[in-house]
Structures are given as C-alpha cells and as structure tokens.
Design a protein around this ligand. Structure first.
Ligand code: ADP
Ligand code: MG
Length: 390
C-alpha cells in the first residue's frame, strides 16, 4: 500500500528522520493560511506540492517553490484541481485533490537514498547516490556506477562499518557524517518496524547551513503486514487507486489493471503470468492481470468476470483455467451466471483443463453463450487474435 508524501513525512518524523515543517490542505484558501503562517514565522520560501501517489511531480509542474505569499496562493490555485501527468501516473494522469504546504529549504546539494527488499539475497538493501534529485532514473540508465548498494543482514542490523560506507558514498564527513549515521539508522528502523516494501528519499539534501533533511518521501507498505499497522491501513486513499482494483479487492481477487485490450481471467499467478506472456507473443496486449485464486467460489468467478468486463478498454476476453482445486464446473457456472446479467459484446475464447472439465464444457455449451473453445493456451491466444481482428 502507498501513502501520500505528507503522511510519509509524519511517519518519518516519528522515527527521528529530519523533514521540513509542513501541513496538508485541500483548498487554496487553506494553502494561503498555511503559507502566511510560515512566512510570518520567518520562512524565506514556501513550497506548494501536489499530493498524488506518483513521483515525477516536479517536472510536471506539481512542485512550486514560492518566495512570497502572493506566489504561494497562485501556485496553490495552479496545482489544485489540475490533472498531473508524470512518467509514473500513466497517460491519464492524476487529479490533484490535496496539497502539501511546507517550508522551503536552501539546498546545497541533492542526494538519493532508498531502502528496498533485495529478493535475490533475501536482505534489505540501502541504495544511495550523490546524483539525486529529479534525474535519478537517467543516472541509473546512463551512469549506474554512481549508485552504491549496501545490503543489510536483517538480524545483525545496520553496522557501523556500513554507516561509514554509506556516508562515504554520499560524501558526508565531519558533522554531516554524524547526522548521516543517525539518518540511516532511523530510516532503516522505519523500514523494518513499519514493514515497508520500499522507503525512498529523493532528494535527501545537504542544506546551505550544513544540515541533512529529507525533502521528498515515498513509503510503500507490505499489504500482508498491514494487519499489524492499523494506523497505516487507515491512511489508505481510495481516490488514488484504480476503481476496478478497489472493487476487485472487496472479493479477494488479485486484479491489476493494465493498458492493453485483452481481458484475461486465469487461476494461479504463475499461469496468469504465462498467459499474459502468450497474449503478448501473439501480438496482443493484456488489459489486466487477474488471478482468481486456487479455490475460487462461483460468486468470486461471477464478480471477477463482471469486473473484467467493466473495463471499457476490453475488446476481447481470454479465459485460461487449469482446474485443480478450482473445479471447471464451478468456473463454468460462474461465467454463465455473470453473463446472464451482462451484455457480452466482445469475443471470448475459453481454454479449460483439469478437474471436472467435461461437466464444465457441457455447462458452457448448453448456456447459449457465444464463445470459442481452445485446445491449449497458445491456441487460445491465437484464436482470440483471429476473432478480435474480425
Ligand atoms: P518529485 O520527486 O515528485 O518530483 P519532490 O518532492 O522530489 O517531487 O520535489 C521536486 C524537487 O523540488 C526536489 O528535487 C527539490 O529540488 C524541490 N523541492 C521539493 N521540496 C522542497 C522544499 N521543501 N524546499 C526546497 N525545494 C524543494
Ligand atoms: Mg522526489
């Protein structure tokens, strides 16, 4: 699960990671009041930042550093209600409903820091670079040697020699090295205690008066551990999530919306991945990932089918089921029940194998539904391509 920058900064502040003073508002009037208070308190600049669950806001005009109250008000008016399109939002962009108004920092240099789980070595990894800021993707592509990775033993924790290594990679010495050590310990503690799947600070900055401060913050949480963090679960912002994914979540379906036009329904994540590969191999693009799970009930199948079809981009449907625990007759009944209430306007190809396959095929054949049967999943993808062309 993802949270907003202003929320991430509250969590980091709780763990002793330095962040700028700031507050969230949902109105231009609110932004002006917050900015006025900051200027009155002696701030030299105020930054107005779009709060959406995506990075790349700066380049898209969603972050504005303002030197006076008038400009802060204008920036708030510009950004609030605007649809920001960044490399991370997808082409549709995201509507800005919330703003963070925070104190402007005098920046000497910008660095990159993140903590993720390195699945190859089964350890958390801290990734740092002196070349932080808005070009980090470019740095990773063109000069990956500027990025340093330190893997941390989860039992031993972050050791002194690793703190020195991280400080040295970021060129932090003297008083800044001391701050760096505390920063990394606190950031790592946040990652571990909060069951994060990712913590990203880009940029972490050295200020003109030689202090370290986290100017941006992205926290991702492991969904399977959210039951231990009700306070975090409460921060979920459904406005930021795809409505179909939210709907699918209600029925415990593993559904992720994608950009293509082939709706696919598969059981088992591995088979779902392989099916998506096959769809692409024949030159089509999947509209979603959907794993209905091993033991899906008829009701789950019905809901999955309904959700899959309510995506306007779907121009063809591929159902690929290997009946193991999920029996083929249960699947067939689910599809028939769902199709009764829906107007199926797009071609559908079905491949069924496994437990009760004969009953499943019979239920489908007697349903009056219009669909094509495929032998295996390569055949399914090819047949779908053919019928979609027509
Ligand atoms: P994004 O990563 O979505 O573009 P950031 O929060 O990283 O958004 O902001 C983009 C840039 O704006 C930063 O790299 C930094 O240069 C500047 N910036 C952000 N917050 C502040 C702040 N509080 N004070 C001064 N500059 C800031
Ligand atoms: Mg950033």
């Amino acid at each position: 699960m993802n949270i907003h920058e202003f929320q991430a900064k509250q969590v980091l502040d709780h763990f002793g990671v330095p962040v700028p003073r700031g507050s969230m508002t949902e109105s231009v009037e609110g932004a002006k009041i917050l900015a006025k208070k900051m200027f009155d308190d002696g701030a030299k600049a105020v930054v107005v930042k779009a709060q959406i669950h995506a990075g790349g806001r700066g380049k898209a005009g969603g972050v504005k550093v303002c030197k006076d109250l008038k400009r802060a008000g204008e920036a708030a008016g510009d950004i609030l209600g605007k649809t920001l399109v960044t490399p991370q939002t997808g082409p549709g962009g995201k509507l800005v409903k919330k703003l963070l108004v925070e104190e402007g920092t005098a920046i000497a240099r910008e660095m990159y820091v993140s903590v993720i789980l390195d699945r190859v070595v089964s350890k958390p990894a801290i990734i740092v670079s002196q070349a932080g800021g808005m070009e980090i993707e470019e740095v990773a592509r063109k000069t990956p040697e500027k990025i340093v990775t330190v893997r941390v033993d989860p039992v031993a924790g972050l050791r002194d020699y690793q703190l020195r290594e991280l400080n040295s990679a970021l060129g932090l010495s003297g008083g800044l090295a001391k701050q760096g050590g505390e920063f990394f310990l606190n950031l790592f503690q946040t990652f571990m205690e909060m069951d994060c799947s990712q913590v990203e600070i880009n940029p972490l900055v050295v200020t003109e008066d030689e202090n370290l401060i986290a100017l941006d913050a992205k926290l991702n949480f492991d969904d399977t551990a959210l039951f231990r963090h009700q306070d975090i679960a409460d921060l979920r912002d459904l406005d930021e999530e795809d409505p179909l994914e939210v709907e699918a979540g209600k029925f415990n379906l593993n559904y992720i919306k994608l950009d293509g036009n082939v709706g696919c329904m598969v059981n088992g994540a591995g088979l779902a991945m392989a099916t998506m590969d096959m769809i692409q191999t024949v030159g089509l693009m999947p509209a979603n990932f959907l794993d209905v799970g091993g033991g899906a009930s008829q009701e789950m199948i019905e809901n999955a089918f309904r959700i899959l079809l309510s995506d306007e981009n779907v121009k063809g449907v591929l159902i690929n089921i290997f009946g193991g625990i999920l029996r083929c007759d249960v699947l067939a009944n689910g599809i028939v029940a769902a199709a009764k209430n829906l107007d199926l306007k797009v071609p559908m190809v079905i491949r069924l194998e496994g437990t009760n396959v004969e009953q499943g095929r019979q239920i489908l054949a007697e349903s009056g539904l219009d669909f094509t049967v495929a032998k295996n999943f390569k055949d399914a993808a090819e047949k779908l391509k053919k019928v979609m062309k027509n």
